[in-house]
Design a protein around this ligand. Structure first.
Ligand code: ASP
Length: 327
């Protein structure tokens, strides 16, 4: 009898794991394209279609990699590159301007399996900052490189280098001029950072974020997006997170890591942990924005305390879903 109980106990964890593996979707991919004052009123049908199309293309790009058995890291990097190349989003081409009229870009990526991470901050000539972040992770012994050093490193690694004027877009230039004119006025805030979290067939999580920061930021200002634990975090044991919003608040609250910690220490679900940090702690401090959160079972949440957040997901069925507004 005793042997029987012992044998049953031994078998239990195996049975539980097997059951989880059965119910876990084989892959899951979730993205955001920034949060802020995004309402039906402020959007034309043409603009909305452009955003939806771009999000769908990026989601499908990530999913195609996962469907072939590619890694969550590759999916995150490839999909973020798509949105970095789109002038619609505040990352890569389409990045916002600093007070001085420059584009200074930040990005980071994290591997949930190894908890290795890479980031670049304040770069001005790297076409795809997310790939530079990946190179820092894969090909250097560091986690973050900034400014000219990061640019030299990216050049050496063979990444595509562009003239700073590549990042100039009329829409973002106008936004800066508007802010300069009414510096003290309370403009509706729009972000537009991009981020992705992925779960691959091997059960590995990854997260990445890329941004131009905030319009009219001071020279040298770095937001949360390239900071591991603030704007980006991934750990197979808990969740992958990518954030968007007022970077200063996300840094002060270590938002991405805080969400993971609530899952880890309090056993919260992705929704509970995301809501606790984004809808409560961040809001109470006065910070606006959102996050995408994905766990190793494929459960995900997309909490935001702003009017809207470009967001979308695609599972193993390959059907992309995109949402923009609160309701
Ligand atoms: N979080 C970014 C930053 O503060 C901005 C954004 O999400 O749009 O740099």
């Amino acid at each position: 009898m005793r042997t029987l109980i012992a044998a049953t106990l031994l078998l239990l964890p195996i049975a539980a794991t097997a059951q989880q593996a059965k119910t876990r979707p084989s892959t899951m991919f979730v993205m955001h394209g920034g949060a802020g004052t995004i309402t039906r009123k402020t959007m034309t049908p043409e603009m909305e279609k452009q955003y939806r199309d771009a999000m769908e293309t990026a989601l499908k790009t990530g999913n195609a990699i996962l469907a072939k058995g590619g890694t969550s890291l590759d999916a995150v990097e490839a999909a973020i590159r798509v949105l970095e190349d789109s002038p619609l989003f505040n990352a890569g081409k389409g990045a916002v301007f600093t007070h001085e009229g420059k584009n200074e870009l930040d990005a980071s990526i994290m591997d949930g399996k190894t908890r290795k991470a890479g980031a670049v901050a304040g770069v001005t000539i790297i076409r795809n900052p997310i790939s530079a972040a990946r190179a820092v992770m894969d090909k250097s012994k560091h986690v973050m490189m900034a400014g000219r050093g990061a640019e030299l490193f990216a050049t050496k690694m063979g990444l595509e280098i562009v003239d700073p004027s590549y990042f100039w877009t009329e829409r973002r230039w106008k936004a800066l001029q508007q802010e300069l004119l009414q510096e003290e006025a309370t403009e509706p805030k729009k972000f537009g950072t991009v981020g992705a979290v992925a779960l691959d067939k091997e059960g590995n999580l990854a997260a990445g974020t890329s941004t131009g920061g905030t319009t009219n930021k001071q020279y040298g200002r770095i937001g949360d997006s390239p900071i591991i634990g603030a704007g980006t975090y991934a750990d197979n044991a808990t969740v992958a997170v990518s954030c968007t919003g007022d970077g200063e608040y996300f840094i002060r609250l270590s938002v991405a890591r805080d969400i993971a910690a609530l899952v880890e220490y309090k056993g919260m679900t992705v929704k509970q942990a995301g809501d606790e940090v984004i809808m409560k702690k961040l809001k109470e401090l006065g910070g606006e924005g959102g996050a995408i959160v994905l766990d190793h079972n494929g459960n995900f949440a997309t909490p935001f305390n702003s009017e809207g957040m470009y967001r979308g997901w695609i599972g193993a069925d390959g059907v992309p879903h995109v949402e923009i507004y609160k309701e």
